[in-house]
Ligand binder design. Structure first.
Ligand code: C2E
Ligand code: MG
Ligand code: MG
Ligand code: MG
Length: 287
């Protein structure tokens, strides 16, 4: 009987191992397939740039927009960045993708100015990997020059994780972006390795309060205190504050009475395809 039990557990173990190997293998194959498809996504025009308006809290007008990528996959439908940005970062595809986002954002800003006479600031998300590529800022300087767009029409959003990667290289990059007239925004503020020290070094222009705090500030007193404090501190450091993920009128009112500067969220609009965004932009500029 002991033999039998041994036999059973062995086969069982073996079966489990094969099962495990199979699922690992399937996962690896799935990943390889996705990498291949992601590489082809740009040349096949499957990537598109959506825009989410950012409104001035006091005038209610759209003064900025955040550019957010979407992958329109032929079989899977729309894939959100949360499901492919990290793969793009691991494979280096992020460089090509990030450059494409920048060029596309420049082209849109230029067209909105030329065709509609509307001048807004567009923010783009930049991943830590992009900062570490040699000669990167020079390439962007060239793209900016060729576009004819003013540097201050572009805001570069970075997360706090950028700051722990390589402080010297990153600071130098940010300095160069500033020299080109571009502005810097610290995204998802309060969630990462928040250190007050880098706020001083960075010379950013905007702080974006992470949506998790905004989501809970009406119900959790601690989150309300955090938001209030970020706004006060940001202002004292000369930064403008953007609240992310604003979904209710109650939140908007609270942010207004606490002197936040800009809001972004479903209350006003989700990220829109460029045609829809342009319609909204025009309706907002010429009511
Ligand atoms: P993020 O930069 O913090 O962007 C804000 C995210 O919150 C967007 O998700 C936006 O659609 C969503 N959002 C906006 N308002 C609301 C709201 O009221 N409620 C809720 N629940 N969500 C709201 P999205 O577009 O899925 O992007 C997710 C993240 O992917 C972004 O977070 C950003 O970190 C990254 N990402 C997007 N585009 C790019 C890109 O071009 N390059 C890089 N490196 N990262 C990108
Ligand atoms: Mg962002
Ligand atoms: Mg954010
Ligand atoms: Mg986020």
């Amino acid at each position: 009987n002991a033999d039998q039990a041994m036999y059973l557990s062995k086969t069982n173990g073996r079966n489990q191992l094969t099962f495990f190997e199979h699922s690992m293998h399937a996962k690896a194959m799935e990943r390889l397939k996705m990498i291949g498809e992601l590489r082809e996504a740009l040349p096949r025009n499957e990537i598109s740039l959506y825009f989410q308006p950012i409104v001035d809290l006091y005038t209610g007008k759209i003064t900025k927009a955040e550019a957010l990528v979407r992958w329109c996959h032929p079989r899977e439908g729309i894939i959100f960045p949360g499901n492919f940005i990290s793969l793009a970062e691991e494979t280096g595809i992020i460089h090509e993708l990030g450059d494409w986002v920048f060029r596309n954002a420049l082209a849109c800003v230029k067209r909105w100015k030329q065709e509609f006479g509307i001048d807004i600031q567009v923010s783009i998300n930049k991943s830590p990997k992009q900062f570490l590529k040699k000669g990167h800022t020079e390439e962007w300087a060239e793209l900016l020059r060729n576009s004819g767009v003013a540097g201050n029409n572009i805001v570069v959003e970075i997360t706090e994780s950028v700051l722990i990667s390589n402080t010297a290289v990153v600071s130098e990059n940010l300095r160069q972006l500033h020299q080109l007239g571009m502005e810097i925004s610290i995204d998802d503020f309060g969630t990462g390795y928040s250190s007050m020290g880098y706020l001083k070094r960075l010379d950013a222009n905007f702080l974006k309060i992470d949506q998790s705090f905004v989501k809970n500030m009406m119900t959790l007193p601690t989150d309300a205190v955090i938001v209030e404090t970020i706004i006060l501190m940001g202002h004292k450091l000369g930064l403008k504050i953007i609240a992310e993920g604003v979904e209710t009128e109650q939140q908007r009112k609270w942010l207004e009475s606490n002197h936040c500067d800009y809001l972004q969220g479903y209350l006003f609009s989700a990220a829109l395809e460029v045609d829809d965004f342009e319609r909204l932009l025009k309706a907002d500029a010429w009511p």
